[in-house]
Ligand binder design. Structure first.
Ligand SMILES: Cc1ncc(COP(=O)(O)O)c(C=O)c1O
Length: 321
């Protein structure tokens, strides 16, 4: 454990190991000695009592929004950015979150403290609430606010050291004219279909193109390329989730004097890049060393990937910008 971190988490398992969780958001680790407390509808309740209606439109239709947030050294990482995106996602789907952002921030921190999370993960979910067996949101009442704070199971360290392979899925990212990929909604079927293709091909992540055939992002991570010293990533109008880790990495890169470009990207650009890496709250920063059978660069995590990985680790240790 790094010396500068308080040992706050009785349930903490890893400290800045930068090994990966499952690439969407990670899976909570099971089997804690103490009973997990879940914040539900304004109150902390034991995990086993945290229940919502089977008529909830979050369950019936995937009607709701969510965030996945990291906790490092007992501090919720980039919480303001996650809260902002949550309220923006809710606004876009006309979901009125029943508490204000300041209250939500406090409730997230309370949940982390109640569960004594040192290094872990918060899942914040807002459902449309229970309604009738139809789509009409006017028949729903009382959106549910669910805050889970837990630890996460990591990917093998080996992938962080050696990089991971990727394949391109045939399932394209949601057409922005149907549902904006900038909304972090409870409806992830589009990404799950692509993830299945990756799993079938033996990879833990899959590359997704947009409706124009351009590179968008992965099923649960944003993508970056390095070409001749320039850091490149698809712009938000390529139909991506505007990742909070993505934005943090771009800022860290610019602060280090690296030129950053948000540019439309083809698969060819990915194949011939010097380096490729992915970013995400759960994934943090991980190198990609082959795509569709094409070896990327030297076939090992590249120097800029390692440099930005180190900077990100320091940022996490500091607790943010
Ligand atoms: C589709 C998708 N893209 C990108 C990301 C990465 O975003 P962030 O860095 O905010 O976790 C995620 C993870 O939430 C995601 O689900």
């Amino acid at each position: 454990m790094p010396k500068d971190l308080p040992s706050t988490g009785v349930r903490s398992k890893t400290y800045f190991s930068f090994v990966l969780t499952d690439s969407l958001e990670g899976y909570p680790t099971q089997g804690h000695a103490m009973s997990l407390q879940v914040h539900l509808d304004g109150k902390l309740v034991p995990k086993d009592e945290a229940k919502i209606s089977v008529y909830d439109h979050g369950l019936l239709y995937g009607d709701g929004v969510f965030e996945g947030i990291r906790v490092y050294g007992g501090k919720v990482f980039l919480l303001a950015e996650h809260i902002e995106r949550l309220y923006e996602s809710a606004k876009a789907i006309r979901l009125q979150i029943p508490v204000d952002p300041a209250t939500m921030t406090r409730q997230v921190e309370e949940t982390v403290a109640a569960n004594r999370i040192g290094d872990g993960y918060v899942r914040l979910v807002i459902t449309r609430g229970a309604g009738s067996l139809g789509l009409d949101i006017r028949r729903t009442s009382h959106p549910q606010v669910i805050i889970i704070a837990d630890t996460i199971t990591m990917y093998p360290q080996e992938m962080y050291e050696n990089g991971m392979p990727l394949v391109t899925a045939s399932t394209i990212r949601n057409h922005p004219g149907a549902l904006s990929p900038r909304i972090k909604s409870l409806n992830y079927l589009n990404n799950i279909m692509a993830k299945i293709e990756g799993t079938d091909a033996g990879t833990v992540e899959a590359l997704m193109l947009n409706h124009k055939g351009e590179v968008a992002e992965c099923t649960g991570d944003n993508i970056f390329l390095v070409k001749r010293g320039v850091l490149k990533t698809p712009p938000t109008d390529a139909g991506i989730l505007e990742g909070i880790t993505r934005n943090a990495v771009m800022r860290l890169a610019r602060e280090s004097g690296i030129t950053v470009e948000e540019v439309s990207t083809t698969r060819h650009d990915v194949y011939v890049a010097d380096e490729v890496f992915l970013t995400g709250t759960a994934a943090e920063i991980i190198a990609v060393t082959s795509v569709d059978g094409r070896v990327i660069g030297s076939g090992k995590p590249g120097p800029m990937t390692k440099q930005l990985g180190q900077k990100f680790k320091e940022l996490a240790r500091r607790g943010g910008f």
